[in-house]
Design a protein around this ligand. Structure first.
Ligand code: ATP
Length: 279
């Protein structure tokens, strides 16, 4: 594959407390186990793309704190160019997650530095693809829609109404089944990819399905990050010139690999490995 990708998006420290049960309002539950891991849809997608073999840079922001340093380290470790990640005045974006013994969770997200992501001084080339998600401000997404000269992909997650100019400009909008049901405006988009979890994924134009691929069977450990890995892989595949159905199949294979690992930023093989695994 031959793909240059710029991911514009969120970088979060995921701070997880695993407890026997979730506390009710006003209640304290002790005996928790704490873990910290890199997250944020933007960072997850950038790490996945780089590991798959796309030349990947990320535009985002972290705070002047130890979490920020750790998140940058994680991205560099995956092979992401982090030169355009700014140090913001606000703290690094954080997701405070509580998980109980049954895997039920409660999550509070603090945007922090993600609210300060800016395109000041950033240049985009026509031969690079840009992939973004909705954990940064919608104003920034509109600015991207107006400035990106090349392939422009938007993962419309979480489900927020998109400004019309973004829907009109995007070359690809990626959503899961729920997000698709919440965004009727996608009927007029150029190209929409819809993911159906263990059922697979499809490409739609004008509400009509133009390609579908069954999921690749997996033994799921955690679906966290599967959607992000899928977005990175599909954008890489489509902009490397793969046929739509083949790009869907490869992205499904990458999504399946992601659900078999607990991490939101798992290791991946090169993209070609998933392609050859389909034959
Ligand atoms: P996330 O849980 O990361 O937010 P999502 O809801 O955005 O995910 P899904 O539709 O759950 O996205 O998954 C994205 C893709 O990952 C699917 O289209 C599929 O290819 C793959 N995938 C997800 N779950 C499974 C599974 N149980 N078995 C095989 N493949 C899966």
């Amino acid at each position: 594959i031959d793909c240059s990708l710029t991911v514009v998006g969120s970088i979060n420290a995921d701070i997880t407390a695993t407890t026997s049960r979730l506390p009710a309002a006003g209640e304290t539950v002790g005996g928790g186990r704490l873990s910290r891991s890199p997250g944020g849809k933007g960072a997850n997608q950038a790490a996945a793309a780089a590991r798959l073999g796309a030349r990947t840079r990320m535009i985002g922001a972290v705070g002047p704190d130890s979490d920020g340093k750790a998140m940058l380290e994680a991205l560099r470790g995956a092979g992401v160019d982090t030169d355009d990640i700014a140090e913001a005045t606000a703290e690094t974006g954080t997701a405070l997650i509580m998980v109980d013994a049954h895997g039920e969770n409660q999550i509070a997200v603090c945007e922090g530095a993600n609210a300060e992501v800016s395109l000041d001084g950033i240049e985009f080339r026509a031969d690079e693809a840009v992939l973004t998600q909705l954990e940064v401000s919608l104003d920034l997404i509109v600015e991207l829609a107006n400035h990106v000269p090349g392939f422009f992909a938007v993962n419309a997650a979480p489900a927020l109404q998109l400004p019309a100019e973004v829907v009109d400009r995007a070359d690809l909008i990626i959503v899961n089944e729920y997000e698709y049901s919440q965004l009727p405006q996608l009927q007029t988009a150029k190209l929409v990819a819809v993911t159906y979890g263990a059922k697979g994924s499809a490409l739609l134009q004008g509400g009509e399905q133009i390609a579908f691929a069954e999921a690749v069977p997996a033994h799921p450990v955690s679906t966290v990050g599967a959607g992000d890995a899928y977005c990175a892989a599909l954008t890489t595949g489509l902009t490397s010139g793969l046929e739509p159905e083949r790009a869907l199949q490869a992205a499904n294979a990458v999504g399946a690999a992601a659900v078999e690992v607990a991490s939101a930023q798992p290791e991946f093989d090169r993209f070609e490995t998933y392609l050859s695994g389909l034959d």
